[in-house]
Write a protein that binds this ligand. Structure first.
Ligand SMILES: C[S@@+](CC[C@H](N)C(=O)[O-])C[C@H]1O[C@@H](n2cnc3c(N)ncnc32)[C@H](O)[C@@H]1O
Length: 222
């Protein structure tokens, strides 16, 4: 398995062009976000080339984006605006990058499948959020059985129970997963990990689709 920090570096140019005109799912379901974001401190976890961070900034949030990939962050910084703070770090190692000032909210757009340590990432989110702060995430639906655009959330030969990172040459040739793979977790793993971290779900969204494709949630820090 390739080290997580290296997975996106070689595809940053490709990824930037691929997603730049695609609105983040969290933006498309913006009713999950608080009505007013002006002045709110928001952490965009695994921000990549920054499309979610930029959306949050347009709503007036004071945004910090964090990502492992220097190349992805290069794209983010080049796109501006200058008042978004971008940090190159592993979300799970919060003592390396967090200054101790709590965030009002955290987002994580389509990236938990790229983070090897789910428990560590959610613990870090819970640590840096203020009490009552919100965490909104979108993921490839853990029950996605595959669509015309790609394979199931899980490695098809092994089945839904086989959690962990995997890749396949049969992924959608036009998508990101054939390039970087993905981590599959069962739905119960996600939900239990959120609860164990002290992040209590208060809203779920499954965008309309013929088969489960994406899942979004909002949690509050206990
Ligand atoms: C599919 S991209 C999503 C980027 C962005 N959220 C978006 O919607 O375009 C996944 C990102 O997760 C980042 N990533 C993976 N593991 C990470 C970790 N432990 N800490 C921070 N970022 C991580 C990768 O570098 C990559 O940029």
């Amino acid at each position: 398995m390739q080290a997580a920090e290296a997975r996106y570096d070689e595809f940053a140019e490709w990824y930037h062009e691929w997603v730049e005109d695609l609105p983040p799912l969290i933006a498309a379901h913006s009713d999950l976000l608080p009505a007013a974001l002006a002045g709110e401190r928001v952490l965009d976890v695994a921000c990549g080339q920054g499309r979610m961070s930029r959306y949050l900034a347009t709503l007036g949030a004071d945004v910090t984006g964090i990502d492992l990939s220097a190349a992805m962050l290069g794209k983010a910084r080049a796109a501006g605006p200058d008042d978004i703070t971008y940090v190159r770090a592993d979300i799970t190692c919060y003592s390396d990058w967090w200054d101790g000032r709590p965030f009002d909210g955290c987002t994580c757009e389509l990236a938990l499948m790229d983070i090897d340590d789910l428990t560590g990432a959610l613990s870090a989110v819970a640590m840096v959020l203020r009490q009552g702060g919100w965490f909104i995430a979108s993921v490839v639906h853990p029950c996605c059985p595959g669509t015309e655009k790609g394979r199931s959330s899980w490695p098809p030969g092994d089945g839904y129970d086989r959690e962990g990172w995997w890749t396949s040459p049969d992924h959608n040739p036009d998508g990101i997963r054939i390039r970087v793979g993905a981590s599959h977790r069962k739905l119960s793993t996600y939900l239990n990990a959120l609860l164990d971290a002290g992040l209590e779900p208060d809203r779920f969204v499954e965008p309309p689709a013929l088969v489960p494709t994406y899942l979004l949630w909002r949690c509050r820090r206990r």
